[in-house]
Ligand binder design. Structure first.
Ligand SMILES: [Cu+2]
Length: 111
């Protein structure tokens, strides 16, 4: 009986803490960074794009990773193999991509 009560208390505390973390994330300032990269794969169901991106400001080094795309019309602009210029929005622990434009400029290496 005592064990049971302890478990319930623990779960309540855990739930409470999670709510607090979410609350804090909401108050975090929204930051945005220019993103330049190449679309590798798309997950239409989850609206997630795997993008091989160049260094993103002071936020992230160059790498390949998955970005959520919040807006359906933004997601529809993406095609695997295309280079894009876009904006990464960062708020607390969450991030997403928007303001997507196809990068039609020729690669600098060709000149
Ligand atoms: Cu990254």
């Amino acid at each position: 009986m005592r064990t049971c009560a302890a478990i319930v208390l623990f779960l309540l505390l855990a739930a409470c803490r999670q709510a607090t973390v979410k609350e804090e994330a909401k108050d975090e300032p929204l930051r945005h960074y220019p993103l330049h990269g190449e679309v590798l794969r798309l997950d239409a169901q989850g609206k997630i794009a795997a993008i091989k991106h160049e260094k993103i400001g002071d936020w992230m080094e160059a790498m390949t990773m998955e970005f959520p795309v919040k807006d359906q019309s933004e997601f529809d602009k993406l095609h695997p193999g295309e280079k894009i210029n876009a904006t990464v929005f960062v708020q607390g622990n969450s991030y997403w991509v928007g303001e997507i434009q196809e990068d039609t400029a020729p690669a600098p290496a060709s000149k």
